[in-house]
Design a protein around this ligand. Structure first.
Ligand code: PMP
Length: 445
């Protein structure tokens, strides 16, 4: 056996040097929201453990980066958590996959039952989808099919507020913010939905009665054609990292009840404690008719999402002319993903996640506050384990990324936003470094 480091062995295993891998990446691999080839070279990650990403070769003098992004909200327990690794290995020893049509298995059943138990209200029926976008598609299909089944087929449009993000598949895209979601590019092709103004910002801001009245009026005016209202509760994530008062969710719940419209809460980003409550709808004390979960569901290990609905929705569909929900992806309920998800949810609940998120909230408030004094910074806001520095100009992505990486921190800004939603296991020292990285990014970008 030649004398090689584990990293060299890893490179040897795929037979490529980091430079060769990156050249192949540039040649063949499409990255998110990028042209082909990409605008900037990605960093090559060899492994990750705890809250650290280990690079194949140093970038700006750093071989290890503290992950300020939790892999886009998902890695709440950090990387290579022994409990999650063990769950994955154990399940691998049984089966990594089996089809879900006509067959079932313990991890999926246990996960579905657990999610139904944890979710607010009576969201007891669970459809296991393979990604967040698909979970949203399933939610929308459920709502449209519900109305079709109960004899109201004209109710097939959706209402949302501006500034949202619900995924990149077709109907999910139709309820994303019209500008950020590139609706102009797809005008004439994308279903045209009903848009309210973006909710007034500020988690603690008092309810704006004028906005609430306009929201109610819009739901009322379109009630005959609306299948559902679809929103991200409390935090609009990829649409702009904006926070709003939970009071608007109560307004929507009331308006939906009054006018016979279903309410879908997309908690794919906010679910599992990120905003300080297990589910963000709990801030408002409302129960949606349909709830979408994803991202942190598997602790960031594997792709899995879930769409939960009430008996009313399920029974409506199941008594319809076509009494089935016509959806069934190949990897539905994947055993490996559901086993890890179950372990991740139990791990979260076994610990004091609320105290950890509150600790991170305090750390982010203290650590990001100095950004308010920086030129070019419009606003600094924090909610739960989410910290945002909003600039008054578009971020210079390469410059901001480099500034953070030089301080040993991984951040991925977008638009005018430098933001972090770290793993809940990030300790105070690393959290302070993430904040320093975000400040440096704000200064550079
Ligand atoms: N809804 C929300 C609120 C999201 O933040 C995302 C992902 N950023 C999605 C849906 C789509 O999830 P996925 O990327 O897993 O398809």
């Amino acid at each position: 056996m030649p004398d090689r480091s584990p990293d060299q062995l890893a490179d040897h295993a795929v037979g490529r040097s980091p430079a060769e891998v990156l050249a192949l990446d540039r040649e063949h691999v499409w990255h998110p929201y990028d042209p082909m080839p990409g605008r900037t070279a990605p960093l090559l990650v060899d492994s990750a453990a705890g809250v650290r990403l280990r690079l194949a070769e140093p970038a700006f003098g750093q071989r290890e980066l503290i992950d300020g992004m939790a892999s886009w909200w998902s890695a709440v327990h950090g990387y290579r958590h022994p409990v999650l690794d063990a769950a994955a290995k154990d399940q691998l020893g049984r089966m990594s996959h089996v089809m879900f049509g006509g067959l079932t298995h313990r991890p999926a059943v246990a996960l579905a039952a657990r999610l139904a138990e944890l979710a607010p209200g009576d969201l007891r029926h669970v459809f296991l989808a393979d990604s967040g976008s698909v979970a949203v598609e399933v939610a929308l299909k459920m709502c449209l099919q519900y109305w079709r089944s109960v004899g109201r087929p004209a109710k097939r449009r959706l209402l949302t507020w501006r500034g949202g993000y619900h995924g990149d598949t077709w109907h999910a895209m139709s309820v994303c913010d019209p500008e950020g979601g590139m609706h102009q590019l797809w005008a004439g092709t994308l279903p045209e939905q009903v848009f309210a103004e973006a909710p007034p910002t500020g988690f603690d801001a008092p309810l704006d009665p004028g906005y609430a009245a306009r929201l109610r009026a819009l739901v009322a005016a379109h009630a005959d054609e609306l299948a559902a209202v679809v929103v991200e509760p409390v935090v609009q994530g990829a649409g702009g990292m904006a926070f709003h008062s939970p009071a608007y969710l109560r307004v929507l719940r009331e308006a939906c009840d009054e006018h016979g419209v279903l309410l879908v809460a997309d908690e794919i980003a906010t679910g599992f404690g990120r905003t300080g409550r297990l589910f963000a709808t709990e801030h408002a004390g409302i129960v949606p008719d349909v709830l979408c979960l994803g991202k942190a569901l598997t602790g960031g290990y594997l792709t899995l999402a879930a769409t939960l609905c009430t008996p009313r929705v399920a029974e409506g569909i199941s008594r319809g002319e076509v009494p089935v929900l016509a959806h069934g992806p190949t990897f539905m309920g994947n055993p490996l993903a559901t086993a890890v998800a179950l372990a991740s949810v139990e791990l979260l609940l076994a610990g004091d996640w609320a105290a950890e998120v509150a600790r991170i909230e305090r750390g982010l408030r203290a650590g990001l506050a100095p950004a308010r004094a920086l030129p070019g910074v419009r606003e600094v806001r924090v909610l739960g384990a989410i910290g945002v520095i909003q600039l008054d100009h578009p971020v210079d992505l390469p410059a901001a990324t480099e500034a953070a990486v030089r301080r040993g921190v991984w951040l991925r800004p977008f638009r005018d936003l430098i933001y972090t939603m770290p793993p809940y296991v990030t300790d105070d020292v690393d959290l302070a470094r993430i904040c320093a990285g975000a400040l440096a990014a704000a200064e550079a970008g």
